[in-house]
Design a protein around this ligand. Structure first.
Ligand code: UFG
Length: 333
């Protein structure tokens, strides 16, 4: 039996494919390579280039493969872009989920692990954020993912397709050996941007806002290592295979780091000065996002291996130094 990974050429998907292969699973990958990288996919996985919204293509893949479960990463995930182009997000993300579930149902595949996000909660009323807290997204990206969670819920009711929604907090880092890592075009995330400055590719870091009600005025986020996150997907798949009911879990460390603290940690890890300046707030940034992650630890027996941000940054820095141009498969950066 095969695990089908949709979006398996992306940053998180490629690390999940790699972990699945390492653990002895037979893996097939679907990716349209719009944001993913062919070179990121472990060569032991069979690769199909195509789009989840293309049902003919997807049906062919399901005909060819004997699929025991699906892990779905294929989505756009840039919050500011979603504010400008909401329909792009509802089409690719939300409509993509409808297409996928139809094909799964047709082929009697009844398990899906889904890449959801803390952005489904919106501005939190309390910290740490629990899975039962209200989900009121403040941007189309979070809304598109919340709709996908709801669509899975009703498909479970109607067709018995069981799901696990994994709500990620801030993902960073790379595989320890530096062979795969984060490569977005354009890059918008804090850790890779800090490391671009450390590598001399950018002049300085702009820290977006220092007047938030936090310890040092800058936003606080909860960082989780990409390989720990990948492992949670495998645990979630096994949870569904064991016959458990649909569920949702936060994936975070339950510890918050401010943007200034992340900069200091990166200076320490890289030994570089990393010039930085204060800049205005970025629209839509919540002040503090920290996960309550005990549910994933207790129910899925998730045991993250990377428990401090310096280790997370060190792995990202290793990837950056060994791959200064990332996968080097795009014309422009
Ligand atoms: N930041 C800067 N300067 C930069 C880039 C980022 O100060 O050049 C700040 C942001 O303002 C924010 C923090 O760094 O305070 C983290 O920003 P990221 O863009 O790295 O991550 P976000 O917290 O905005 O979003 C991430 C994912 C989303 C997900 C969210 C949930 O990108 O998809 O986490 O926690 F929804």
């Amino acid at each position: 039996m095969t695990v089908l990974v949709l979006g398996g050429a992306g940053y998180i998907g490629s690390h999940a494919v790699d972990r699945l292969v390492q653990k002895g699973y037979d893996v097939a990958v679907v990716d349209n390579l719009v944001t993913g990288h062919r070179a990121a996919v472990n060569p032991k996985a069979r690769f199909y280039e195509g789009d989840v919204r293309d049902q003919k293509f997807l049906n062919d893949v399901f005909d060819k493969e004997d699929i025991e479960g699906v892990i779905h990463f294929a989505a756009f995930s840039v919050v500011p872009e979603s504010m400008e182009k909401p329909l792009k997000y509802f089409d690719n993300n939300t409509a993509g989920m409808v297409s996928l579930l139809e094909v799964m149902n047709k082929h009697n595949v009844k398990r899906i692990v889904f890449s959801s996000t803390a952005a489904t909660y919106g501005e939190p009323k309390q910290i740490p954020i629990k899975e039962t807290d209200p989900q009121i997204p403040t941007n189309p990206y979070g809304e598109s993912k919340l709709m996908m969670e709801k669509i899975m819920h009703w498909s479970d009711q109607a067709y018995g397709i069981k799901f696990v929604a994994l709500r990620y907090f801030n993902v960073a880092g790379a595989k320890e050996d530096g062979s795969i890592g984060e490569d977005h075009h354009p890059e918008t995330h804090l850790v890779p941007i800090i490391l671009q400055v450390a590598a001399g590719e950018r002049k300085e870091l702009s820290i977006f806002g220092d007047d938030y009600p936090t310890k040092d005025g800058t936003n606080v986020r909860d960082y989780v290592h990409v390989v720990d996150l990948a492992d949670a997907h495998i645990l979630a798949l096994e949870y569904l295979k064991a016959g458990h009911d649909s569920n949702a879990f936060n994936l975070g460390s339950s510890t918050g780091f401010s943007n200034k603290e992340m900069l200091e940690a990166a200076r320490k890890v890289t030994g570089k000065e990393i010039p930085a300046k204060m800049a205005p707030r970025r629209a839509g940034d919540p002040s503090t996002l920290i996960a309550a992650s005990d549910k994933a630890r207790e129910v899925l027996n998730w045991q993250p291996q990377f428990d401090n941000v310096e280790d997370i940054i060190r792995t990202a820095w290793n990837w950056k130094q060994t791959h200064p141009q990332g996968y080097n498969d795009r014309e422009t950066k």
